[in-house]
Design a protein around this ligand. Structure first.
Ligand SMILES: O=C(O)CCC(=O)C(=O)O
Ligand SMILES: [Fe+2]
Length: 296
């Protein structure tokens, strides 16, 4: 039996090539997509919080792991990275066919400290009442190595190919591999892949990762992005990010504010000052999901 492995591609690989690997294996690593300097920028933005957050207190959150949340409002570098063009192009191919638009689900820094043990193995899909296997990809995670990921310091444990398993199958030890990767690399995996944080057996090394997950626009976001970035904060973001964090309607009419596109609120729109116009009265495909959205 061949040893499980995660395919690594160069940062110059195309979105098409990467999305085909994701479809086949459920996971992939893009090597060194971020520069060391960019990793430093993210860490510099977030150090004040990362040093303050408490360690976890349970099997799931760990006992030596620190999680820093609400990054969209805290870090300009994270805001920039969430809109990485290659990642958005990949997500367009992987989640895109299942929705009109996808959105950020959550972002956090996951720092695994010395002495941490393996996290419970899970599928991120456990948040949703879908059964598996399914062709549908409603959620996808990007996991950026802000420090090197090694066998010893907590590199994520992953079971390539497990996105095709049914709900009852349990991963065996020999089916795991570790997402060992250089700083600046990103592990991408779809929501049915079995995985978990790895044990950190070092005495002095922290494993820092930027977690950013994306979800179809018709499902609830894991982290409440409107509380992280309320309108008075989100108003100052680029429109692409405003849309990505959820200030947009998913067609035909999920998520409106006063029957308007939420983006209008960010532009200074005040309730009741505008006529009650039919948001989707114009164009041929108003009021319906795009014809090409796949259904299961
Ligand atoms: O820290 C890791 O490597 C994985 C964490 C994870 O999968 C989770 O918290 O859901
Ligand atoms: Fe997870």
């Amino acid at each position: 039996m061949s040893k499980p492995r995660i395919e690594h591609v160069k940062a110059t690989a195309s979105a098409q090539e990467i999305s085909l690997i994701l479809e086949r294996d459920g996971c992939v690593v893009i090597d060194r997509l971020l520069s060391e300097a960019f990793c430093d920028r993210i860490l510099d933005d977030l150090h004040p919080w990362m040093n303050k957050v408490p360690e976890g207190d349970g099997e799931w959150l760990g006992f030596k792991t620190r999680r820093t949340h609400g990054l969209v409002a805290k870090s300009p570098a994270v805001r920039e990275n969430l809109c990485h063009p290659l990642i958005l192009d990949i997500l367009d191919r992987v989640i895109g066919p299942w929705c009109d638009s996808f959105q950020l689900s959550s972002s956090s820094i996951t720092s695994i400290g010395p002495g941490e043990s393996n996290q419970e193995v899970h599928r991120d899909a456990l948040m949703f009442p879908f059964s598996h296997p399914t062709e549908r990809v409603a959620y996808c995670t990007t996991f950026w190595a802000l420090s090197e990921f090694t066998e010893d310091n907590g590199a994520t444990r992953v079971v390539p190919g497990s996105h095709r398993w049914d709900d009852d199958r349990v991963a065996q030890e020999h089916e795991f591999t570790r997402a060992v990767m250089d700083r600046g690399s990103v592990l991408i995996f779809t929501y049915a892949v079995h995985h978990g944080g790895g044990a950190n057996v070092t005495t002095d090394e922290w494993r820092h990762a930027l977690f950013a997950s994306y979800v179809v626009g018709w499902l609830r976001q894991e982290e409440n992005q409107y509380l992280v970035s309320p309108p008075e904060v989100a108003r100052h973001y680029p429109e692409q990010l405003q849309r990505l964090i959820g200030y947009q309607v998913h067609r035909p009419f999920l998520g409106w504010y006063d029957l308007q596109e939420p983006l209008k609120l960010l532009e200074g729109y005040e309730e009741t000052t505008a006529p009650n116009v039919d948001l989707y009265a114009e164009g041929e495909d108003h009021g319906v999901l795009s014809k090409n959205v796949r259904r299961l």
